[in-house]
Write a protein that binds this ligand. Structure first.
Ligand code: GLA
Length: 640
C-alpha cells in the first residue's frame, strides 16, 4: 500500500520547467557582445516583430550553446527571431540539434518578421545544441533572441557545457641579443612636415644608433633611435641606419620617400576602443604609450597610439566629467575632462618616437554620442593638427541624420569634405575611413585620399566574428597598395572588453595565430585592441614576430587573395617585394586537419625552399609538404 502510494506520488510530481536564461551564460559563444538573460544583446527588452517577451536569452550570431541533459528532459520550447533593436537589417537562422541530429531549423529570418515557435521533443536526448547562424551573409546586426526558451524536464536540470580551452603555445624564438633593425623599409612623408619616427631595433641595450646621409632637417637621438624634425624637400632619400651594442651591429637601408603619399606600409599601432571604449582617459593612453617602450613593441615597428571615441564632450549632458560646453566660442572643439590637455598628451607620445591618433565622425555626434565634426570640418582638422595628432579615424555614425547612407554621392560626401579639410592642414595625418564598407568603399577610398578604409562592421573577440571578417576579404586586394589599405578592423588579442571590465580574448591561441597571419597577409592596418599593461608572454610573442610583421609591411604592398578553399582548408598567397611568396594555409574546421601543400598551387611548380615564418625556421626544399594544422589554426610560409 505504502509502495504504491510512493509510486503514485512520483508519477504525480509535476515536471519542472527550466528557463534558458538561468544557466551560466558565459557558456554561450557568440560573434559579438555577450549573451544576456531576459534582455537583448544590447540590453533592451527582448522584442521580436513588435512582441515583447519577459524571459529568454538575447544573443548575437554566430551563437552556440551546448547543454548536457540526463536523458530525462522532456521538451524544449522557444520563440525565436531577430530582435527589433538591430539598427539595420540583419539575417539569422536558428537551429536545434539533439545528439548531433538537427531537429528543427528556422530558415533565414530577418528584422521585423514575427517570431517562430519551436518545440522539440527531448526524451532520451543527452546533448542539446542551440545555434544561431548568420543567415548566409555576415554577422552584422544579427541580434538574435531565444525568447521564452524553456526546457521541461523530470530528472536533473540542464547543464551548460563549457568548451575545453586550448592552452597558449609560443611558436616564435626570442629575438637575438645582437642588434637587429626591424620594421618597414619604406617611409612616406610630405615635404616640410613635422616628422617623428623611431628606429625599430631588437637586441641588448645600451645600443648606439647611427644614420648615414640623414637629411639635414632631421636629427637622430643616438641613444633612443628617435628621428625627429621636419621632412626635407620632395625626393627619395635612402638612409643607412645603424644599431650597435656590445655584441655586434646591424645596418638597414630605409627609403624615405618625400612626396604626396604617406602610410606606404599599413599603419601599426594601438587603439583604445576594443579594450576601453567609453572608459578611455588620458592616463590609460599614456600607459599604452609607456607599454610600447617597456614591452618592446617599438622595437618591432609598432608606432601609432590612437584614441578612439569618447574624448570630446557629450552634448546636453549634466555629467560633471563628460558634459559642458562642446565647443569654444570660436567653434574649436573641446575635450571632456578625461583629456585635460591633448597637446601635452601628444607631446608625451611623440617624445618616445611614437605617433598619436584621434577619432571623430562627420555627423553631429560620434557612435558613442560624443560631439563630433559636422559643420566644423576644417576647424576640427586644424585642431587635431594643432594638438599634434598624426592619424584620424573618421566614422560615419550620426551622419545618417544629415544624408541617407544611400548612393555614392551621399556616401562619399563627408569623406570628400574631410579630405578637403585635411588638404589644408600642414601636418601628415593618416586618414582612416570608418564606414563599415558601405558603397564598396574599397573601390573609391583612395579617390578621397583615404589611407585606409574599414571594409566591415565591428569585429568581436570570437572565432565567428574574426573568421567571417577575415576570410571574406578576398577580391578587395586589387584596391589596396602603398598608401591606401583595406582595413578589416582592429585586432582582438590580449585583454579586451569594450569598457571598464576586461577579459582575455575569447579567441583560442590557434585562432589568434590565424588572426595575425590573415591580417598580415591582407596588408591590413594592425591596431592592437587590448590593454597593453596586461600583455602576457603569449600575446607579446604573437605581436613581435618580425618575419610575420614583415609580410604585413612588405613594400610591394600587394595583399593576398584566396587561392583555394576546399573542405575547410583555405590557401591564401601574396607576392612579396623580394620575389618570394607568402602563403597562408588555414584550417577552418573544428578539428585538426592534415594538409598537403604544393608550391605549384601558388604558381611555383617544382621544388622550392619553404620557410616557416611563425617558427622562423627553414623547412627545406619541397615540391610537396604535409602539415597537420590545429582546429582553426594556420601555417604561414614563405616560398622562394
Ligand atoms: C564604430 C566603429 C568602432 C568604434 C566605435 C566608437 O562602431 O566601427 O570601431 O570606433 O564606433 O563608438
Amino acid at each position: 500500500m505504502l509502495a504504491l502510494s510512493v509510486l503514485a506520488l512520483v508519477a504525480a510530481l509535476p515536471q519542472q520547467t527550466f528557463r534558458l536564461g538561468d544557466i551560466d551564460l558565459s557558456a554561450v559563444s557568440q560573434g559579438w557582445g555577450v549573451a544576456h538573460k531576459d534582455v537583448s544583446v544590447d540590453g533592451h527588452p527582448l522584442t521580436i516583430g513588435g512582441t515583447q517577451y519577459a524571459h529568454g536569452v538575447g544573443t548575437h550570431a554566430v551563437s552556440q550553446l551546448t547543454l548536457s541533459l540526463d536523458g530525462k528532459a522532456i521538451q524544449f520550447d522557444a520563440w525565436v527571431g531577430l530582435d527589433d533593436e538591430a539598427l539595420q537589417e540583419g539575417s539569422v537562422d536558428f537551429h536545434v540539434v539533439c545528439d548531433g541530429k538537427e531537429k528543427w531549423s528556422s530558415g533565414v529570418m530577418r528584422k521585423g518578421e514575427p517570431a517562430k515557435h519551436v518545440t522539440v521533443d527531448l526524451r532520451g536526448v543527452k546533448t542539446l545544441y542551440l545555434k544561431v547562424g548568420d543567415g548566409g551573409d555576415d554577422i552584422n546586426y544579427d541580434h538574435a533572441d531565444w525568447a521564452d526558451a524553456v526546457v521541461k524536464y523530470d530528472g536533473k536540470p540542464p547543464k551548460p557545457q563549457q568548451t575545453v580551452k586550448e592552452k597558449p603555445y609560443i611558436l616564435t624564438p626570442k629575438a637575438p641579443h645582437t642588434p637587429r633593425i626591424n620594421g618597414p623599409v619604406v617611409l612616406g612623408a610630405r615635404p616640410g612636415r613635422e616628422f617623428v619616427w623611431r628606429i625599430p631595433a631588437t637586441g641588448d641595450r645600451p645600443m648606439a644608433f647611427s644614420a648615414e646621409i640623414l637629411p639635414s632637417t632631421l636629427k637622430l637621438d643616438p641613444v633612443t633611435g628617435v628621428v625627429s624634425g621636419t621632412t626635407p624637400n620632395a625626393g627619395t632619400y635612402t638612409i643607412r641606419f645603424g644599431a650597435k651594442n656590445r655584441l655586434g651591429e646591424d645596418h638597414r637601408d630605409i627609403r624615405l620617400t618625400v612626396g604626396d603619399r604617406i602610410a606606404l606600409t599599413p599603419p601599426m599601432g594601438w587603439n583604445s576602443w576594443n579594450c576601453f571604449a567609453t572608459a578611455v582617459d588620458d592616463a590609460k593612453v599614456r600607459l599604452a604609450a609607456d607599454a610600447f617602450v617597456k614591452a618592446g613593441l617599438v622595437d618591432h615597428g609598432w608606432q601609432y597610439v590612437n584614441i578612439d571615441d569618447c574624448w570630446s564632450v557629450i552634448p546636453h549632458s549634466n555629467d560633471p566629467v563628460l558634459g559642458g560646453p562642446t565647443r569654444n566660442e570660436d567653434g574649436t572643439i573641446r575635450t571632456n575632462k578625461k583629456f585635460p590637455d591633448m597637446k601635452s598628451l601628444t607631446t608625451y607620445i611623440h617624445s618616445m618616437g611614437l605617433r598619436a591618433g584621434i577619432y571623430s565622425s562627420p555627423g553631429p555626434t560620434t557612435c558613442g554620442g560624443y560631439t563630433s565634426t559636422y559643420g566644423h570640418e576644417l576647424q576640427d582638422a586644424q585642431q587635431w593638427a594643432n594638438w599634434g595628432f598624426d592619424y584620424i579615424k573618421y566614422d560615419w555614425c550620426s551622419y545618417s541624420e544629415i544624408l541617407k547612407p544611400e548612393g555614392l554621392d551621399n556616401l562619399q560626401k563627408p569623406y570628400k569634405d574631410m579630405q578637403a579639410a585635411l588638404a589644408q592642414v600642414n601636418r601628415d595625418i593618416v586618414y582612416s575611413l570608418c564606414q563599415y564598407g558601405m558603397g564598396d568603399v574599397w573601390k573609391w577610398g583612395e579617390s578621397v585620399n583615404g589611407n585606409c578604409w574599414r571594409t566591415t562592421g565591428d569585429i568581436g573577440d570570437s572565432w565567428s566574428s574574426m573568421s567571417s571578417i577575415g576570410f571574406s576579404q578576398d577580391g578587395h586586394e586589387k584596391y589596396a597598395g602603398p598608401g591606401h589599405w583595406n582595413d578589416p578592423d582592429m585586432l582582438v588579442v590580449g585583454w579586451v572588453g569594450w569598457g571598464p571590465q576586461l577579459h582575455p580574448t575569447r579567441l583560442t591561441p590557434s585562432e589568434q595565430y590565424t588572426h595575425i597571419t590573415l591580417w598580415s597577409l591582407l596588408s591590413a592596418p594592425l591596431l592592437i585592441g587590448c590593454d597593453l599593461t596586461k600583455l602576457d608572454d603569449f600575446t607579446l610573442n604573437l605581436l613581435t614576430n618580425d618575419e610575420v610583421l614583415a609580410v604585413d609591411q612588405d613594400p610591394l604592398g600587394q595583399p593576398a587573395h584566396r587561392v583555394s578553399a576546399k573542405e575547410g582548408i583555405e590557401v591564401w598567397a601574396r607576392p612579396l617585394a623580394d620575389g618570394t611568396k607568402a602563403v597562408g594555409l588555414f584550417n577552418r574546421n573544428d578539428e585538426a586537419t592534415t594538409v598537403v601543400f604544393r608550391p605549384s598551387e601558388v604558381g611555383l611548380p617544382g621544388s622550392h625552399l619553404i620557410r616557416d615564418l611563425w617558427r622562423q625556421k627553414g623547412l627545406g626544399s619541397f615540391s610537396e609538404v604535409m602539415f597537420t594544422i590545429r582546429a582553426h589554426g594556420c601555417e604561414l610560409l614563405k616560398v622562394k
